[in-house]
Design a protein. Structure first.
Length: 462
């Protein structure tokens, strides 16, 4: 197809989308939005065949690479064998996926538990809220500022952005939001080397008096059922807390009978170099919520693992939640194959090694552009670039947006070829590039990524 034909076809699609599609179910971030037609590995292709190196991999859903042959084949086999089944019946893949996740959690945390399925991340968060309420009798939750848990009503109530709730009236069960240990921009103006985890101390102080609103010291009862955490904040900008922070937080929660719900929807399944990101921080959560990379984005499947005491059928009986497509046969078939891959290959070493390559490149990038890159950081292949004004600290959302838009023009040059670069913008001030590269990314592709980022900063920075 000639370039003029692809340009015309793209224009027709954009005009049709603008007329018939709801704009409420997504955010394009670019006008007009980009149209892609194919993909492979770490690369997306537009309708004219220009390659775009993808550094966000569908918000970490396609961690094992686009069109992963082994996972695609598992989906095709299931399509020909058992493509549909009502979730009131059983199929082997559901049971085997649950058994593998339960075993992996028992190996890591020394606790028996059960696995509960749904379709999307928000829905699994909703299920976790029901489990917490059922177990504790409490309908109030703690969560973090900068946290993101989804956009259904219950998930929005514990997601700190008012923007997601503003249109929908009063949220009576809105979470109480605590400051996350965002050390680069400490809300208290402290320095990590000397603060003594001051932000956690402030949370612990809430329980010193009934007049601080969360604790009745006479009855020894909190009004709150659980604390919802992301070990590394996703939409909040891949913020990585101090290593000892969550141990201190859990001690406070344990003293006051508050459960820990660990949202691993973005960071689970080796994104950080561990099966669960929480493993880096030395605590055992009561519930782990997962999704995204479990099926490499091929078919929606989410779920949660919870301690046996919380999901025992005598405690949380049949029908406590329900979704027509939960534990669907296509999703569980791909998930089973993905889990087999994770057990057969050393993703812990692979992801940490590639993350180190990438982080070294980002540090060199910061040395080249010290006036506008305030911080780079990473854990495994969850990496961040904080874009700042020339003082190196003030958030520069405008520059971040220019770089994002320029990357999608597809006119960068490397190795005698034109390239585009797909980035994702996050952070409290929308000035952070959150990078979630494919686990299949080669060293050459890491070098390409740094080269393209370097070009973009040189082209867009003042």
């Amino acid at each position: 197809m000639a370039i003029s034909e692809t340009t015309s076809r793209t224009a027709e699609l954009l005009a049709l989308e603008n007329r018939v599609c709801s704009h409420g179910d997504t955010v394009h971030y670019l006008e007009p939005p980009k149209v892609f037609s194919s993909c492979e590995g770490s690369i997306l292709y537009d309708e004219s065949g220009t390659p775009y190196l993808d550094l966000q991999m569908w918000y970490s859903a396609a961690s094992f690479g686009y069109k992963n042959a082994r996972l695609n084949e598992a989906l095709k086999r299931q399509l020909d064998r058992l493509p549909q089944l009502a979730c009131q019946y059983l199929h082997a893949e559901k049971i085997e996926v649950a058994a593998r996740i339960a075993r992996l959690c028992e190996q890591r945390f020394g606790l028996k538990g059960r696995v509960h399925f749904n379709v999307g991340g928000s829905q699994a968060i909703e299920d976790s809220l029901k489990i917490v309420r059922n177990a504790t009798g409490k309908n109030l939750m703690f969560a973090f500022m900068g946290g993101y848990h989804g956009r259904t009503l219950g998930a929005s109530a514990i997601t700190s952005s008012f923007r997601y709730r503003r249109r929908y009236g009063h949220f009576s069960d809105r979470g109480q939001f605590m400051f996350f240990p965002y050390c680069f921009r400490c809300i208290y103006g402290k320095e990590p080397a000397s603060c003594g985890i001051y932000c956690q101390d402030q949370f612990a102080k809430l329980f010193e008096s009934e007049y601080f609103g969360v604790w009745d010291p006479k009855a020894g009862v909190s009004e709150y059922g659980a604390f919802y955490i992301e070990p590394i904040q996703g939409t909040g900008g891949y913020v990585i807390p101090p290593a000892e922070y969550f141990r201190r937080l859990k001690e406070t929660c344990d003293r006051h009978n508050i459960l820990i719900v660990d949202d691993e929807i973005q960071m689970g399944f080796y994104r950080t170099g561990k099966l669960w990101a929480i493993e880096h921080f030395g605590i055992t959560p009561d519930i782990i919520v997962f999704g995204k990379a479990l099926t490499n984005g091929l078919n929606p499947l989410s779920g949660l693992w919870a301690r046996e005491e919380l999901l025992d059928p005598e405690v949380f009986p049949p029908g406590s939640t329900h979704s027509t497509f939960s534990s669907n046969t296509l999703g569980t078939a791909v998930a089973l194959e993905a889990l087999k891959m994770m057990e057969e290959e050393d993703y812990e070493h692979r992801v940490q090694e590639k993350g180190q390559w990438f982080l070294e490149g980002l540090r060199e990038l910061q040395r080249r552009h010290p006036r506008v890159i305030g911080q780079v950081d990473g854990l495994g292949l969850a990496l961040r670039i904080e874009v700042c004004s020339s003082d190196g600290i003030t958030p520069d959302r405008g520059l971040t947006e220019r770089i994002f838009e320029e990357g999608l023009k597809g006119n960068l040059e490397s190795g005698g070829r034109r390239w585009g670069l797909v980035l994702d913008v996050g952070g409290y001030y929308k000035n952070v590039f959150t990078l979630a590269p494919s686990f299949t990314m080669t060293r050459e592709e890491v070098a390409l990524a740094i080269d393209l980022l370097d070009q973009l900063f040189a082209r867009c920075a003042p």
